[in-house]
Ligand binder design. Structure first.
Ligand code: NAP
Ligand code: F7E
Length: 326
């Protein structure tokens, strides 16, 4: 039985990847950090599944990572843990660097010492392209990050390339564009809109406060994207890949479609601008060219933008109905 080690297993992607790998017959080990209350909401359906074992550790603690990999000796390592919220990276730039940048070196070094023959996936991001140098963005597009998060991810990307080239490790970087789902954190704009619109529909709130509506993103469906991560580690050669739908839409379009999905007539009636949600430096437009992933991995997205918006709004309506009146 193959063994996979996932950092960030309690997050959106980690939970979907655990689902996928368990379905494929893997024994999955998930790194979790100590918290005063458990935050296993996204993996609660797996908690009693013997195919998932939780291992205690933290990206900031080298010893915990080396010990964990030494004990587990995984075949595949997926490094998904990070401080992943771009807005928070201006408020906590040093912590973001510790987790999202140096954390990658800690993981790579733990692997080098404990299980150098394992295969390593690094969760790189389209935020590395930032103020884009070309449209659409490919594996060759130069980086120009626009946030401490983006800067940290550029470091994580290059240290992964460097360990591959220095130590002949099977280490790959997946440059993933935004991917969303009902398991997305509530602070990210898609889930925030889907939830806000559902709450307006059910009379629990009257407006949705947002920042920049003009920003455009290439939004896909998270379960499709974890499939791409797995495919990258099944190849003969370790290479980096862009994963994206190739289509982009504005935040405003997301809001408009979400209102339609909830049968709310007028998106402008429920929208309120709040400068709190504007960013010191914005990434205006991202759109990826995933030709290489399509060609070499046989990967393609299965959910359109309209389907994504609808499924997210429906999930929030269901959730808010279950939560009852306030
Ligand atoms: P997420 O939902 O925010 O999950 C982040 C995970 O990292 C959580 O499990 C969190 O644990 C864990 N974590 C944070 N700091 C840690 C630390 N110091 N030690 C151990 N674990 C720590 O993120 P996601 O959306 O699933 O994204 C997964 C990865 O892909 C991230 O690296 C993100 O930056 C990257 N990425 C995401 C996207 C996207 O659109 N979703 C696109 C490109 C790249 P807790 O539950 O304890 O907080
Ligand atoms: O913002 C605008 C905001 O926070 C998207 C992470 O997974 O994807 C994600 O980063 C856009 C930005 O995601 C609000 O200004 C407007 O232009 O949902 P987001 P993100 O910053 O694109 C990348 C690929 C990652 O790697 C990251 O880890 O929406 N926006 N109004 C808003 N954004 C938020 N969060 N909240 C608002 O009220």
């Amino acid at each position: 039985m193959k063994k996979a080690f996932i950092t960030g297993v309690t997050g959106q992607d980690g939970s979907y990847l655990a689902d996928l790998l368990i379905k494929k017959g893997y024994q999955v080990y998930g790194l979790t950090r100590r918290t005063s209350t458990q935050n296993f909401a996204r993996i609660k359906h797996l908690i009693h599944n013997p195919r998932l074992e939780l291992v205690s550790g933290d990206l900031i603690d080298q010893h915990s990572l080396t010990n964990a990999l030494h004990d587990v000796k995984p075949d595949e390592i997926y490094n998904l843990a990070a401080q992943s919220f771009v807005k928070a990276s201006w408020e906590q730039p040093v912590l973001t660097g510790e987790f999202t940048a140096i954390g990658v070196t800690r993981m790579l070094d733990a692997m080098r010492l404990a299980c150098p023959d394992a295969r390593f996936y690094q969760a790189s991001s389209s935020e590395m392209f930032g103020k884009v140098r070309e449209v659409p963005q490919t594996e060759q597009t130069p980086f120009y990050p626009r946030s401490p998060y983006g800067v940290a991810k550029v470091y994580g990307h290059w240290i992964t390339v460097n360990y591959r080239e220095s130590f002949q490790m099977f280490a790959v970087s997946g440059i993933l564009f935004n991917h969303e789902s009902p398991r997305r954190g509530l602070e990210f704009v898609t889930r925030k809109i889907a939830n806000g619109v559902a709450r307006v529909k059910l009379g629990k709130q009257s407006v949705v406060e947002l920042g920049n509506l003009k920003a455009k993103r290439d939004w896909g469906y998270a379960p499709d994207y974890v499939q791409a991560m797995w495919l990258m580690l099944q190849q003969d050669q370790p290479e980096d890949y862009v994963v994206a739908t190739g289509q982009n839409h504005s935040v405003r379009e997301f809001l408009e479609l979400a209102c339609q999905a909830a049968e709310l007539d007028d998106w402008q009636a429920i929208y309120q601008h709040n400068p709190l949600y504007d960013r010191p430096a914005e990434v205006d437009v991202l759109v990826g060219d995933a030709s290489k992933a399509r060609r070499q991995l046989g990967w393609e997205p299965s959910v359109t933008f309209a389907e994504l918006v609808t499924l997210m709004v429906e999930a929030e309506l269901e959730l808010e109905r279950q939560n009852g009146e306030e």
